[in-house]
Design a protein around this ligand. Sequence first.
Ligand code: GLN
Length: 532
Amino acid sequence: MNTRYIFVTGGVTSSLGKGIISASLAKLLQARGLSVTIQKLDPYINIDPDTLNPYEHGECYVTVDGAVTDLDLGHYERFLGESTTQANNVTTGRIYQSVIDKERRGDYLGKTVQVVPHITDEIKRHIKILGNTKKYDVVITEIGGTVGDIESLPYVEAVRQLKWELGNETLCIHLTYVPYLAASHELKTKPTQHSVKSLLQSGVQPDVLVLRAEHDLSEDLRRKVALFCNVEKDAVIQCIDAPTIYEVPLLMHKEGLDAVVMRKLGIPNTKEPDMAEWLSFLERCENPKREVKIALVGKYVELPDAYKSILESFVHAGASNEVKVDLRLIQSENVTAENVADLLGGMKGILVAPGFGGRGIEGKIEAVRYARENNIPFFGICLGMQCAVIEFARNVLGYADANSTEFNPRSEHKVVDLMESQKNISGMGGTMRLGAYPCEIEPGTLAEQVYGERLIQERHRHRYEFNNDYLAEFEKHGMKASGFNPDTKLVEIVEIPSHRFFIASQFHPELQSSVLRPHKLFVSFVKAAMEW
Ligand code: GLN
């Protein structure tokens, strides 16, 4: 079967959940036996979100091949249970960079380089790469931003051209919002009509409309939208707010989204999607036997999107343990030696989050100390591991000024230091240790118990690392390195064997937790918190 291309655009407002709709449709098609992948095109000029402040963009998601990407890729992986790569996230910056490189090489043979056709051709090439090289049955391409934005124009033009070139092998799903006016008790379709007009002005006729709404849409309203927007009535799909994002695939199936898409793309629609495992996950999610309170100590707590993958990993791990994780986000800047007991007292587990820069570091170190001294299950991720190491050096080894070079380059005891490979790097974007690396687990450790295997692959995004000059001293005093990179001997996991559950990783396990394969570290941490 030729690869089919589905484009997902958005109108009326941003934040409608194109990523979740794309992931849900992909899940349903996958559950019908098709091979599917999802791609996100981001219309900003950064090459990737690597240098963006989390307040701008939420979490940076890192793929196996070391691409720093939009957090929607995390949803794609969690829903589909399959890895994405750099090819799954392309930005305007990347498109322009490759066109400009080609121009400098002389590839355009003296032609004037223009948005149309050169930029649009490059966009089309990036859309087709996944279909051409990996032979997916279906590639879903989500266009970031909102139709009508200046920066989205070249993308919409590329969609227009591909629809023209590939005909019935393409499909455009447009996601809009139907507001409810409480004063007149009315759902209003005008913004949808306008946004479809704007798409039509660019030459793209949407084939399917997904309407986000807070109330059910009547048959009449759907008929009206269908008529005004040239879309078949059964292709006007409502998407009501769901209690969890993981219900959206089922809602979309009930609304017939996958069936309409299969029909319009001419894919034989023989069997119903097999969602049995997904349903059993939802069942466990919705019927927890009890709750367990866990603290996430970090500095971006006002913007939970900065910790998206961690939050979702707790949902997966909770379901797997049949508990609801009541996650309390604690601002690390507010944590002090005086108030730490008040802030963290009732917690059954403490997670210290990843991050960059010195703000809130001392609070994180206090949180580690509190967990270590009170035998409270502890889990540190990346910066969280570095804080655990600093805390141990200060309060157990007695090096009062111990620190990471990142926060105090003049410290005499830099127990966390810049990696050798990072010392001569001056550029900021895409220069960290990125992507999946192997990690060898020491026998007889908590890490081995958790993973049940000796060689794992986990994803990284950091510049600093445990300083091996101190390893023997740490181990002598009770903090053990239980995972190493087999090639470089970098310490990837530390733990305290005398503690109930104290483990921290230099890598980001949250990037590999999915609905049907919850990450073992999160599952074990939640279990330890429950048993305490
Ligand atoms: N800032 C730390 C480093 O660069 C930790 C990074 C992180 O938590 N992702 O090593």
